[in-house]
Design a protein around this ligand. Structure first.
Ligand code: FES
Length: 159
């Protein structure tokens, strides 16, 4: 069952749509679940489906289509490195290598202390700021260099 907080946020979202179009809030509901738990399990997807009155498979299709949803625990800070064309041309793979080296984990893995996970993402519509990554889909860190990555990791490590 969705938590009271997720239900309340989803209810606010539902006010934006006609009463017979509750499925329109599926992306928001999934985001609220992920904000609360850090990832979205298949049970969570079933709960979202029940709450919005839509087939479980339809929720699964949305959750697996968009790269911003974590379908397994990805740490307190999910670092999603854009590896689409512009970012790759500007050094996205150097960013990934640096992160993997500093954190001692590979792509789609989480550090032993659970603080960091590394993911790959699609274009975030900010190619002018390449190479970049996002932290928990909330914060974009742009024009990355090894020094900037080290500063970011130190900052997040303290939180
Ligand atoms: S290619 Fe990375 S933001 Fe567009």
């Amino acid at each position: 069952m969705l938590s009271e907080q997720v239900q309340a946020k989803t209810d606010r979202e539902l006010k934006k749509y006609p009463a017979d179009q509750k499925q329109s809030a599926v992306m928001a509901a999934l985001r609220f679940v992920q904000d609360e738990k850090g990832w979205i399990s298949s049970d969570d997807m079933a709960d979202v489906a029940a709450y919005l009155g839509m087939p479980k498979m339809a929720v699964y299709e949305v959750a697996t289509f968009y790269h911003m949803y974590n379908l397994k625990p990805m740490g307190k800070n999910t670092l999603t490195v854009c590896t689409n064309l512009s970012c790759t041309l500007c050094g996205a793979h150097d960013v990934l290598e640096h992160l993997e080296h500093k954190l001692g984990v590979g792509l789609n893995e989480v550090t032993a202390d659970g603080k960091f996970g590394i993911r790959e993402g699609e274009c975030m519509g900010a190619c002018v700021a390449a190479p970049l990554l996002t932290v928990n889909n909330k914060r974009i860190c742009s024009h990355l260099t090894s020094e900037k990555i080290d500063q970011l990791l130190a900052e997040l490590d303290k939180q």
